[in-house]
Design a protein. Structure first.
Length: 219
């Protein structure tokens, strides 16, 4: 599954797409990798809020603690039975929507990987089903749930984000664990809805999805 996503839009457009209130002075990261800054929408007191958060729940290890290393980050939820997710997947208070315009997978031969981007043709800004939590000593973090990929994603990967249409948002944010399971195992977005942009940009280049730089320059 991808280790890279981005939202190439303005704060106002993202807030409008989710009916959310944006935090004052909010900035949009150029791209998000595990351990890096991203954005989430969650509900509190009946209001939807657009806030910054770090992509990836911390997963401490004894070896890392001995070396003094920061904990590894886990940004994707692929196994709901993993004890790491025991609490957050059951309790709807930890649900969030992750705004995404594009996600990417590495493509090509090892050592010469390039960026292949995926987006949804009829949803300029789409929600990725996520979980978020305010972790003591670290701050707000989030992870996105994954599912079996549709036909556009292979051979870059066999899994993809669980993408939501607006009609799904409320049920995702407030549904039961049975709803979470249903979202993970339902059919993914149809391949016909997906746009694929294969590029020659090196995987670690930081290059934006094709066609997005001019629009972003106007924000």
């Amino acid at each position: 599954m991808s280790r890279l996503h981005t939202v190439r839009s303005s704060v106002a457009e993202i807030a409008a797409a989710f009916g959310a209130e944006a935090a004052s002075g909010l900035t949009i990261p150029a791209e998000t990798i595990e351990g890096g800054p991203g954005l989430v929408v969650f509900e509190s007191g009946g209001r939807r809020l657009l806030r910054p958060a770090t992509w990836g729940f911390p997963r401490p290890s004894l070896e890392g603690a001995i070396r003094g290393d920061p904990p590894q980050r886990v940004g994707m939820v692929a196994d709901l039975t993993n004890r790491m997710w025991k609490r957050v997947v059951v309790d709807a208070r930890y649900r969030c929507l992750i705004p995404v315009t594009h996600f990417a997978n590495p493509d090509g031969a090892h050592g010469a990987r390039t960026r292949t981007w995926f987006s949804v043709k009829d949803r300029p800004i789409v929600a990725w089903a996520g979980f978020c939590q305010n972790v003591s000593g670290i701050g707000p973090v989030y992870a996105g749930m994954t599912m079996e990929a549709n036909a556009t994603i292979p051979p870059t990967n066999d899994r993809m984000p669980v993408l939501l249409d607006p009609a799904d948002h409320q049920q995702w944010l407030h549904g039961s664990i049975q709803d979470v399971i249903r979202f993970m195992y339902r059919a993914p977005f149809n391949a016909e809805r997906m746009k694929v942009d294969r590029t020659d940009d090196a995987w670690r280049s930081g290059a934006a999805p094709p066609g997005t730089e001019p629009q972003l320059a106007l924000l």
